[in-house]
Every structure is written in C-alpha cells, then in structure tokens.
Design a protein around this ligand. Structure first.
Ligand code: UDP
Length: 248
C-alpha cells in the first residue's frame, strides 16, 4: 500500500476495492482493520489531539475521504486518484456483510436516528445480522458500552460520534474489543436512516459535496474557508519539506 504525507499526516492511496479485498484477509487472520476517514478537518484539527494523531498513524487504512486531500495529492504528483467517501465505504461494508452473512453493530447518533438506521439496514441488507445498536448519547459508561459490544460479538463496528469523539473513543477501546473491522462514520447513520439527505448527485459528481454540506448547515459554514486554506498550507508544506530534503 502506498502512503502519502499531507501536512506531515499519512493518507493511503487506496480504493474501495482495495479495502474490500482486504476484508477476508483481516477476518480470517483474526486481525483488526481500522478504516479511518482522513479529510482536511481531521488533518488540521487532529494536530491539537496527540492521541488521535497517534491513532490515525497506527490505523491500518487511512482513507482519503475529502476532495481537498485528493486535490493536494494530484497537484503534487501523488498517487491518490479518487476520494473514498466514508458513507460509501460503509455501504460497501454492509453489502459485503450481507453477501457473506456477517454481523454488524452501530454505536452513535441520536436514539431515533440509530433505531431508524437499524430498520433501514435490516430492510436493505436482509442477510446480515445486526447484532446491536447503542446511541451516541447513552448513559452507559464507556466500559459498559465495550462490554455490550463484546457480548454482541459483531464482525463490523461502525462508530458515529463525529470528530474528534469517535477517533478518541476508537483509540481508547479498540484494544479491548473483540471485533474485526472498525470504521468511524461521522454523520453516516443520519444519512442511512433518512434523517439527513446526502448532497444532490450533481454536487457529488462535481466534487462539491463539502460545499453543499457547509451551506446547508450553519455549524459547518466556517469549513468553506477551511478547504482553500488547507490546500495552500499543504502545498507550502510540500515545497518546504522537499527543499529541506535537498539541503541534506
Ligand atoms: N454524535 C453522537 N454523540 C455525541 C456527539 C455527536 O452520537 O456526543 C453523533 C451525531 O448525532 C451525529 C454524528 O455524531 O450523528 C456526527 O455527525 P457529524 O455530521 O457532525 O460528523 P461528520 O460527518 O462531520 O464527521
């Protein structure tokens, strides 16, 4: 697997198919796969969270889940050719679980969202087992959440607590979970359940999903400026580090 550095942060040049092809290898070997979304927000903000920084560096699959990441890679002759969107990867994981009769667990999102997502998933993927759900506002302690998940014994665990909570939670708890495949899925359960609409196809096709989401949610408005700043800083970082290398 080829890994690139963007602002000193690792992102893997992988496709949906590469990740899906790795699933049986990890499951059969009893190894843990952590498919973690890396986007401009994660790269910039996780510099303030050493635990997340370390966790992502040690994750098995750091997915290029942002057009900003793809753009920087292309502008610097890198190997990342396409975005791997967290929600689409989750749908492919669900399809794999359906085809291979595997079990999945959802942890996160509002109670009504996670229960609606459960209903939808059981309809759309009738051959997988939904071994349990816990909403992201539960009164259970962290140890109790972990114990409940272990009792359910799922193959896949999707954690939907948003950044930085989900990454911190995974960093703390993966070692104690008997689960094979982990994914941080942000607001994907909101979309899967039908509570939130994904951007219209034209925005997705034009790589402008981030703009649509920023404009349709006032809390996300400041992310509009985050993308150009991110691209500029990343390019400047590349220039500086390649000059440093030349000095040796
Ligand atoms: N969330 C949660 N518990 C919390 C905070 C957030 O379960 O304490 C959920 C929230 O309900 C939503 C998701 O985490 O379903 C965060 O979605 P957001 O769109 O902010 O994440 P992004 O996709 O931007 O990472």
């Amino acid at each position: 697997m080829i890994t690139e550095e963007i602002l000193g942060f690792p992102v893997d040049a992988i496709t949906y198919d590469d990740i899906i092809n790795d699933l049986p290898k990890y499951m059969q070997a009893g190894k843990k796969m952590s498919a973690i979304s890396v986007n401009p927000q994660v790269i910039v903000e996780s510099q303030n969270y050493p635990m997340i920084n370390k966790f992502i560096k040690q994750s098995t699959h750091r997915i290029p889940d942002g057009i900003g990441v793809v753009l920087v890679s292309k502008l610097t002759a890198g190997k990342i050719k396409e975005r791997v969107a967290g929600i689409e990867l989750m749908q492919r994981f669900l399809a794999y679980a359906d085809l291979n009769k595997k079990s999945v667990f959802f942890y996160g999102a509002r109670p009504e969202v996670v229960s609606d997502a459960a209903v939808k998933v059981k309809q759309d993927y009738p051959n997988l087992t939904l071994s349990g759900t816990i909403d992201g506002y539960t009164k259970l302690t962290e140890a109790e959440v972990v114990a409940n998940i272990n009792k359910a014994n799922p193959d896949f665990l999707f954690v939907a607590l948003g950044f930085p909570k989900q990454e911190e939670w995974l960093a703390r708890n993966i070692p104690y979970l008997n689960v094979s495949i982990f994914q941080d899925v942000g607001g994907s359960l909101d979309v899967l359940s039908g509570h939130v609409k994904r951007a219209p196809k034209i925005f997705i096709r034009c790589h402008l999903e981030w703009l649509y989401r920023s404009l349709s949610d006032p809390k996300r408005l400041r992310r509009i400026t985050q993308l150009p700043v991110f691209v500029f800083k990343s390019l400047w970082w590349k220039v500086r580090t390649s000059n440093d290398k030349k000095d040796y």
